[in-house]
Design a protein around this ligand. Sequence first.
Ligand code: FA5
Length: 339
Amino acid sequence: MLQQKLQEIYDNAVKSFLSSKSRTELYDFKVKYMGKNGELTALMKSLVELPKEERPQFGQLVNEKKSDLELKYSEIESNLAKSELAEKIKNETVDLSMPGPFSDSGGRHPIDLVINEMIDILTRIGFSVRTGPMIEHDKYNFEALNFPKDHPARDMQDTFYIDDEHVLRTHTSPIQVRTLEKENLPLRILAPGSVFRCDSDITHSPNFYQVEGLWVDKKVSMAHLKGVIAFFVKSLFGEKMQIRFRPSFFPFTEPSAEVDCTCPICVGKGCRVCKNTGWIEIGGCGLVNPNVLKLSGVNPDEWQGFAFGFGVERMAMIRYGISDIRLFSENDLRFLEQF
Ligand code: FA5
């Protein structure tokens, strides 16, 4: 009785397999007959109805039929796969005139573009690039730049302290000292880099970029400094850009000055970006204080130098007419895609 049932299931399964038009249909039949709840599995469970001595022989028979069905299944499946592929290829046409898929491509950040332009201009007149660490020792960020401990001038820059001896560098000027300590003179270096101050409004950012310049030689004067800065600013912004030098104070330069450029937003008329002055401060500069040379092991009776430090975001604001410095760090693609 059970043998007859087994033969029936087997015959039906083979018939169903052969009639399948697709691999999905074939698989559904496999589940119907051979799956966990399939007919063959159910039959196996009814083995208990047979007398004990007949069970092994019947069990073996079910297994043989099952293996046979498995073989038939894989043979039919592989034939169906071949004909499905052939059908797909026959129906598929490639339209060579269709545009390819587009993917967004990255671009240079405006700050990066301006830094590269600044480097290009300064390397044309003999400066070469140096770098330094962002976590800086107090010695390089302050002390060797003639900011003694507890000197009120340290309050000029709101500092992020790492520990008693280390800070997030507040400016790129430490690279002046690092270079003077280990390189031969004369030298002309520029040092681009990220700097940090506890500072934030439309023209101040807590993390911004500076480009430092240092020129040390036997005879270097304020006239050389002004000439280099005028060349630099006019190369970057065009001949018509106005600049002015305002007397200022930095412990590491004497005399010192701030450099201002015409505000690009109001073109000198006065607006909220330039705080109604018509000018935007782009950097500080001056003749290297002899004390700094001495602290770096350079004889100030023999050598003189000038240095400058420009704020790159301010340069980029002028270059592209941008009225809020925070746009550079917000990562809004609608802003960044314009460059
Ligand atoms: C300095 O950092 C000096 N190390 C510059 C210098 C170098 C002077 C060599 C003399 C010789 P100051 O703190 O003024 O100076 O900063 C220089 C420039 O960085 C500023 O003129 C301004 O353009 C930019 N800057 C300063 N603070 C910020 C800020 N929070 N966000 C964006 N730009 C800033």
